[in-house]
Write a protein that binds this ligand. Structure first.
Ligand SMILES: Nc1nc2c(c(=O)[nH]1)N[C@H]1C(S)=C(S)[C@@H](COP(=O)(O)O)O[C@H]1N2
Ligand SMILES: [Mo]
Length: 509
């Protein structure tokens, strides 16, 4: 009985190993042809797209930025379970086991082909996997059978051959995966891009409260700490050399720009705080940076939008994902930008290299298209963007919000002087004019504001509180420069952004 289980496990492992060889080599093939066509990622992205919105919301709430790692993980576990089954089946009937592997690859190929802008070349990694995985399984089955025969004949060299085959295949699987990463990261490096100096630079950012208030969010977010929200499982590798931007739809003339042509246009630099619609009150999906780019209206003017009937800019990323932006808001005089630089450097891959959009005052899901390749002037009635199809709002200005960074919720602090501090934002509403703090439902007290980084930038604030022993509830609210107060009415992120006041409990010992 126990022996039988061991045999089953061994053959299950053979199935898994054969599949890993297929995945590793497919990953390598994808790195050479198109990293976005990696079968694992395609399956994962398809699962993400098929996941109903409430479940996705739950995943983001429960796992935070790890939501996609959890998803890829589950897909991988499912794949490996089938792979193990293939191995077990192959012990008795090799053809049936190999067939399970081929079915697995066929599912992946289906996922690859249903991705937008998929081409026949994208099937290469799947073909590689469909050949490599059964071949690896074949090799393992052969050497194992040989070893089994040898044992009954009293030979022992078979065992060594089995070990050799296992080692070699493990090495191939690992090498494929590692080489795949290497190849794709060498292909298009942000650090190889030289940014132009802006014709219209931002004024120097004043010194924030970073050193003065321990635990406060830095006035400018370093690129490594900047939140990342997108539908992708990988870090897309897009080459600036091959990159083009097409402006089409309801325009006077369709225009296509190269990266160099974009860089040759007059650049402006702006300090803008980006916010995700999925951010809950007090949440982490907000970041502030200095962006370098070309005004969106200058880019649209190349194509001519004078007589357009369009009400929507439909922007498309390198993989066909779409984001909608209300045309009137994007062209109302705000600093809507086609961006190439972030905090003085080329955009990091995670944040849209080589080119993305940034539009102040609108949540990222209707404004901040990363890996941008197309701007189509169209109507909401005619074409729906990714999140529009999923029921999210099309008109979603960023809501005024204040966040407490320090102390943390449920923190234990000493009695006496406690500095409460954080950030607040009110983009396109005249910035933040005031922040107030309330303890235990008492009166609202004005907090001190940090320096002004402009109307589209967040503002740091702090308040000195003399804390007495016990449990206390701290709340914060902001007022915008145009006089508009932050609402206390609670709303969930879906469909147009969370609202309500950030409130937390602290324990004073
Ligand atoms: N191509 C693409 N661009 C995208 C997204 C995406 O999923 N794909 N997500 C958007 C969302 S929801 C937000 S909040 C911002 C986040 O930008 P960041 O990841 O640089 O912070 O990017 C936007 N741009
Ligand atoms: Mo977002």
């Amino acid at each position: 009985m126990r022996i039988r289980l061991l045999w089953t496990l061994l053959w299950a492992w053979y199935g898994v190993l054969a599949t890993l060889v297929g995945i590793g080599l497919a990953h390598l093939a994808a790195a050479v042809t198109d990293p976005a066509a990696s079968p694992v990622l395609a399956v994962g992205s398809t699962v993400i797209d098929l996941t109903p919105t409430p479940m996705k919301e739950w995943a983001i709430r429960t796992f935070g930025s790890a939501d996609k790692a959890v998803l890829v993980g589950s897909v991988l576990v499912g794949v490996l379970a089938l792979a193990a089954l293939a191995g077990v089946v192959a012990r008795r009937r090799f053809a049936a086991g190999a067939a399970v592997l081929v079915v697995l690859v066929a599912v992946a190929a289906g996922a690859v082909l249903t991705r937008p802008q998929a081409g026949p070349l994208d099937l290469v990694p799947c073909v590689v996997a469909a050949l490599a995985a059964p071949a690896a399984l074949r090799l393992l089955a052969r050497t194992q059978d040989h070893a089994d025969d040898g044992r009954s004949d009293g030979r022992s060299d078979g065992r060594r051959t089995v070990l050799l085959a296992i080692t070699a295949l493990t090495a191939i699987a690992a090498a494929g995966g590692i080489a795949g990463r290497l190849v794709s990261s060498l292909r298009a490096r942000p650090e190889d891009v030289a940014l132009p100096t802006p014709a219209d630079p931002a004024r120097p950012l004043p010194r924030g409260l970073d050193d003065q208030v321990p635990g406060i969010t830095p006035f400018r977010t370093p690129k490594g700490d900047f939140y990342r929200v997108d539908t992708r499982l990988d870090v897309p590798v897009v080459s600036a050399d091959d990159w083009t931007l097409t402006i089409d739809g309801d325009v006077d003339r369709k225009v296509t720009l190269s990266f160099d042509e974009l860089l040759a246009m007059p650049m402006v630099e702006r300090d803008i705080t980006l916010t995700c619609v999925s951010n809950s009150v007090g949440g982490p999906y907000v970041g502030a940076a200095r962006w370098l780019g070309v005004p969106l209206t200058d880019v649209l003017d190349l194509a001519g939008i004078g007589s357009t009937r369009a009400d929507q800019i439909l922007s498309t990323d390198f993989a066909g994902m779409t984001i909608s932006t209300p045309l009137d808001l994007a062209t109302d005089g705000r600093d809507a930008l086609v961006v190439v630089g972030m905090n003085g450097e080329p955009l990091p891959r995670e944040h849209g290299f080589p080119v993305r959009m940034v539009i102040p005052g609108l949540y990222g899901f209707i404004s901040a298209t990363k890996w941008l390749t197309r701007l189509t002037l169209t109507r909401y009635d005619d074409q729906q963007a990714y999140w529009t199809e999923r029921g999210w709002a099309t008109d979603a200005p960023i809501k005024i919000s204040a966040r407490i960074d320090t102390p943390k919720a449920l923190a234990e602090v000493d009695p006496g002087d406690v500095v409460v501090g954080g950030v607040a934002w009110a983009q396109e509403r005249g910035g933040v004019a005031g922040v107030q703090v309330r303890v235990d439902g008492g009166p609202w007290v004005d907090a001190q504001l940090g320096p002004d980084g402009g109307n589209d930038y967040w503002r740091q604030w702090f308040h000195r509180w003399s804390a007495e022993s016990g449990s206390h509830r701290i709340a914060v609210r902001a007022v915008a420069g145009n006089g508009e107060p932050q609402t206390a009415v609670r709303a969930e992120p879906f469909p147009d952004g969370a609202s309500g006041l950030h409130e937390l409990l602290v324990k004073v010992s």
